[in-house]
Design a protein around this ligand. Structure first.
Ligand code: SAH
Length: 362
């Protein structure tokens, strides 16, 4: 690792301070921030509105670095998955999902995850480390350059638990929303959490991004099994925090993610319990067909059961959608991130052909 400062790790204030430290004025820091994020320029020498001496000083003490694209995998439905190499050899994945005018980017916040949700592929690799702000915003930078346009929506639903990497995630989300950077409206940035209650209260203090919560069960007994962090922060506490997060504005709904697991959480009795649980909370429910992965203990609920579940919720007045599975053939679907990488490593070790990944684009 290098001790050179990476401007990707800095927010606007940080860039202004950096400019001052390198003999420029604060507004030169704004220019630097804009060069990096709005124009995608990383070479200080090309930042023509910075004084020459400042550019030379920056070049000596800083380097703008990004996660490197190890593999790019496009799917026929337009979804693109990037496998990114970090400076220390760790790897994370980012998924771009176009749909009509919407271009959603699913971003990772940690290498691996410590939360151990039973149905999640990332959980199987354990927790490795937090991503830096530059590694998080670097995913947005990379997608913007590779697709030619900034995403319209960013969801922190890739690898990791974003509220467990609070400061870096909050900083990166602010850059996503900044006018000199990616200009995303606050409601188009969605943080998804398995339910770290203190983090929800902290987030409420400083940010107005959309909140999604991985619920997956309507009662504590079942949720303790599926999402073990529930033993620490049970449903009563989670719901109380979410009510505070939603506040008075009835349009600011909480999105509840609910993975449909065959015979586990998908009966009409579960739907009824869910309706009772969410009473009085401004809610949207997003039913996610379970994406099986090698070695997972669960099966996907049959379509009819997902439909019956959805109709039951809608009948009770809950806005409910079923998530379309995207990027299926490239293992880019929800909860599959990095599982295949591990397999790939294993099969490569056995000398098997590298079938899981297409060649990176030239
Ligand atoms: N840690 C955060 C964000 C990452 S997971 C969270 O838990 O919300 C993003 C979403 O994918 C979560 O709702 C998660 O529960 C869901 N998910 C994980 N594994 C899945 C799988 N195999 N099939 C479908 N959804 C899955």
């Amino acid at each position: 690792m290098t001790d050179l400062i990476n401007p990707l790790d800095l927010d606007l204030n940080g860039c202004e301070a950096l400019a001052l430290a390198h003999g420029g004025k604060a507004f030169h820091g704004r220019n630097l921030f804009k060069w990096v994020h709005k124009h995608g320029v990383l070479d200080f020498d090309a930042m023509t509105d910075l004084p020459l001496a400042m550019r030379q000083s920056l070049a000596a003490g800083c380097r703008a670095t990004l996660p490197e694209v190890a593999l790019e995998q496009p799917a026929p439905d337009g979804t693109i998955k990037w496998l990114l190499d970090l400076a220390d050899g760790q790897r994370v994945e980012t998924v771009f999902i176009p749909e009509g005018k919407r271009r959603t980017l699913c971003v990772s916040s940690q290498v691996g995850c410590a939360l151990d949700c039973r149905f999640c592929a990332t959980a199987r690799q354990g927790f490795n480390r937090n991503l830096t702000p530059g590694e998080i915003i670097g995913q947005v930078w990379t997608a913007t350059r590779r697709t030619g346009q900034a995403p319209t929506n960013v969801v922190l639903m890739g690898m990791g638990e974003p509220l467990a990497n609070f400061d870096a995630v909050v900083q990166a989300m602010a850059v996503m929303q900044h006018d000199l950077a990616y200009m995303l409206a606050k409601t188009r940035v969605t943080l998804s959490t398995a339910g770290l209650v203190p983090g929800i209260y902290r987030l409420k203090e400083i940010s107005e991004v959309s909140l999604a919560v991985s619920l997956h069960a309507p009662d504590n007994a079942l949720r303790n099994e599926l999402v073990p962090i529930n033993r620490k922060y049970p449903l009563e506490e989670l719901l109380a925090a979410c009510k505070v997060y939603a506040g008075q504005d009835k349009r600011r709904r909480i999105t509840w993610e609910y993975v449909m697991l065959d015979g586990v959480n998908d009966s009409l009795a579960h739907a009824k319990a869910l309706i009772r649980l969410l009473e009085g909370v401004p809610s949207k429910v997003n039913l996610i067909p379970f994406n099986p992965f090698p070695g997972s203990d669960f099966a996907t609920s049959p379509l009819e059961r997902v439909d019956a579940f959805r109709r039951r919720l809608i009948g009770a007045g809950l806005v409910t959608t079923t998530r379309k599975t995207r990027g299926d053939g490239i293992a880019a679907a929800c909860g599959q991130l990095v599982g295949r990488v591990e397999n790939r490593r294993r099969s490569l070790a056995r000398g098997a052909p590298d079938a899981d990944y297409a060649r990176p684009a030239a």
